[in-house]
Ligand binder design. Structure first.
Ligand code: ZN
Length: 465
């Protein structure tokens, strides 16, 4: 570990899909792993900082709309008369737009600062922000078109969170619409404005550690073929990660079929140069052929289990995708939970309920442990979602990790080999003792002020409720 500027010692650490014992970990000056040595002797580990619990790599949260944190807990009451079944994704979306129309840049910064701090405390170390709240509430562009994006970047810096900003194309309200609805005016954008946002941000975030830029298209319903092709070409030329919501709702699938004759993923694979830079968010309603096509193209799927459950989207065909060797990651999307353990637990439980089987993720892959299969799966998609060297405790990757608390009730007395199983399947989660990004521990000194500011923004936004 010649170029290590810092070294850590862990009695157990998650390396290459399994628990390694007595692990000496070196971090170089760039915050990157420079050495990972299991079975380190007492002499070798001398001088290393001893980590006080089992060590897991940090995870990427591959799908976030930070402003939606401000409506968590405010959309859990029925909207219509008893028995009218009027509450679904679309009625939730109307309420979400109320928040989208109100939030000012400073409020977004406060909300995102609290959210990103929560995510970091859970063990996420990078978040992909799928960002379409571009314009002022009037619908006019801000004097500085980067206003809202930079609010998110500052929030990430303040919270100590890695950020992949994804300026998002949003042009119309549906397949047959000429433009946006009035309540979507803040999202208005074009391939040209998105390319300018990307380039402007790339210049602005150059000096912000752990912030980078990709690009997104909201969905097939939100942009026409020509515009999607322009963004796809721009992304592929620049090697940017590209994200798109797809096949989340059955209505969207039906609309796509009636307008194009093809299902959404089928359309995307037929019409666009989908490759390993592409990340398909949700992909809830698919055929085996579509999943085969995604895996064949080398693209990833971003599964958002808690949001998909909260919105009543449906159940992702995990077995079908995993059996085809598909790559995936997780996202907390609307942020009804900020816990990665809960996301992975929900993902497995949705499969068990649908298939009436147990240990579904383990059956679909090479791992004996369901938790190991889920954790390794979520890790594997992190690089594709961010284009950052993220994906586990291995030389060359960023030194992001969490230290679990063996004294947390969920982990008390657990045999070492079952710690990850208990972390996922014994709720409430064991909260990590510490979460490191690029070899640096998280500083929570600002948390009380952040919480107070957030509470004030919530009161300002929702005073009439
Ligand atoms: Zn989303």
């Amino acid at each position: 570990m010649t170029d290590a500027t810092k070294s850590f010692f862990a009695q157990q650490a998650w390396v290459n899909g399994t628990w390694a014992r007595d692990v000496l970990l070196g971090v170089n000056v760039n915050g990157v792993w420079s050495g990972v040595q299991a079975g380190a002797s007492e002499v070798e580990r001398r001088g290393a900082v001893v980590l006080p619990g089992p060590v897991l790599p940090g995870l990427v949260n591959a799908h976030s709309h930070a402003f939606q944190r401000a409506i968590v807990g405010l959309t859990e009451r029925r909207g219509g008369a008893v028995g009218t079944a009027s509450d679904d994704f679309w009625s939730w979306r109307d309420r979400m737009y109320t928040a989208a129309l109100r939030i000012a840049p400073a409020q977004l910064e406060t909300i995102a600062t609290l959210l990103y701090t929560e995510l970091r405390q859970s063990g996420y170390t990078q978040v992909c922000e799928f960002h379409y709240l571009h314009n002022a509430p009037s619908g006019q562009p801000y004097a500085d078109p980067l206003e809202m994006s930079l609010a998110l970047a500052r929030a990430a810096q303040r919270a100590g969170m890695g950020l992949t900003l994804l300026p998002t194309l949003y042009m119309r309200s549906g397949f047959d619409a000429a433009g946006l609805r009035g309540d979507q005016r803040r999202f208005a954008s074009s391939p040209t404005s998105i390319a300018r946002l990307v380039e402007g941000l790339q210049a602005q975030v150059r000096d912000m550690p752990w912030v980078n830029v990709g690009v997104a298209m909201h969905s097939l319903r939100a942009a026409d073929e020509g515009a999607i092709a322009e963004i796809a070409a721009f992304a592929n030329e620049s090697g940017l990660p590209v994200h798109i919501h797809i096949a989340e709702q059955t209505q969207e699938v039906q609309d796509c079929i009636s307008h194009t004759g093809l299902r959404p993923i089928e359309w995307l694979l037929t019409k666009m140069p989908v490759n390993a830079n592409w990340n398909l968010v949700h992909a809830t309603h698919t055929t085996p052929a579509e999943l085969q096509g995604v895996a064949y193209a080398g693209a990833s799927i971003i599964i958002c289990p808690s949001t998909e459950a909260n919105l009543g989207d449906g159940v992702f065909d995990y077995s079908g995708f995993a059996k085809r060797g598909g790559r995936w990651s997780i996202g907390s999307d609307s942020h009804v939970t900020r816990s990665w353990s809960e996301e992975l637990r929900l993902l497995e439980y949705s499969q068990r309920l649908a298939l009436r089987q147990r240990n579904v993720a383990a059956q679909a892959g090479e791992h004996l442990s369901t938790a190991a299969a889920l954790f390794e799966g979520a890790l594997a998609g992190g690089h594709a979602a961010t284009a950052q060297p993220l994906g586990g405790i291995q030389v060359g990757h960023r030194a992001d990790f969490m230290v679990l608390d063996s004294n947390a009730p969920a982990l008390l007395g657990m045999p070492a080999d079952h710690v990850l199983d208990a972390q996922l399947f014994s709720s409430p989660d064991a909260k990590p003792l510490a979460v490191y990004l690029a070899g640096q521990a998280h500083n929570l000194a600002q948390w009380p002020a952040q919480a107070q500011n957030y509470a004030q923004v919530m009161r300002d936004l929702w005073s009439e409720l």
